[in-house]
Design a protein around this ligand. Structure first.
Ligand code: 5GP
Length: 183
């Protein structure tokens, strides 16, 4: 069996990574989406062990000390990290492992796993991104402001990535992101 590979997918909060990935993964059983750990509280409908592993800051810090993360970063006041062992297991099974992570994590993976493909998903405009974050209505005003500021930084880093796709119309965006990840 051939060895798999790792694909990093980065894009500003609210750009629609989750929606597009769900559609793409249903067509690609060979792909595996890494489940991250976070200290953020679950949003309505989010399930522990399915969307994220929800940890206390203390639990997260223990895992950092035990080097259990392939990468980790602080984002908008919360810690997020990729558990290392499932990634290694799934790559060894020949699967395409997708890490849906923010910019600092993507930069770490660029150093530790330079062969990983790095993909960025962009919004059609910053105004449209703000509209989507507000429509989701899961964050307070201060958190929205932090996420928008961070979004500008992430968009500005697009040229660091191997491939970019724009989430404009749903079906064209799915095709563009699928090509960026798999082709
Ligand atoms: P959210 O709170 O909206 O679920 O995620 C906030 C940001 O954290 C998103 O940009 C998401 O891609 C990123 N993120 C999720 N999991 C990880 C992870 O394991 N590591 C890093 N570095 N970022 C992550």
């Amino acid at each position: 069996m051939s060895i798999g590979r790792v694909v990093v997918l980065t894009g500003p909060s609210g750009v629609g990574k989750g929606t597009l990935l769900k559609a793409i993964l249903s067509q690609h059983p060979e792909a595996f989406l890494s489940i991250s750990a976070t200290t953020r509280s679950p949003r309505p409908g989010e399930v522990d062990g399915q969307h994220y592993y929800f940890l206390s800051r203390e639990e997260f810090q223990t895992k950092i000390a035990e080097q259990e993360f392939l990468e980790w970063a602080e984002f908008a006041g919360n810690l997020y990290g990729t558990p290392r062992s499932p990634v290694i297991e799934q790559v060894n099974l020949g699967r395409t492992v997708i890490l849906e992570i923010e910019l600092e994590g993507a930069r770490q993976v660029r150093k530790t796993l330079p062969s990983a493909r790095q993909v960025m998903l962009l919004p059609p405009s910053v105004e449209e991104l703000e509209r989507r974050i507000r429509e989701r209505a899961t964050e307070d005003e201060a958190a929205i402001a932090r996420r928008l500021l961070q979004a500008q930084t992430e968009i500005g880093a697009a040229k660091e990535f191997d491939r970019c796709a724009i989430n404009d119309q749903l079906d064209t965006a799915i095709t563009a992101l699928e090509a960026a990840i798999f082709s």
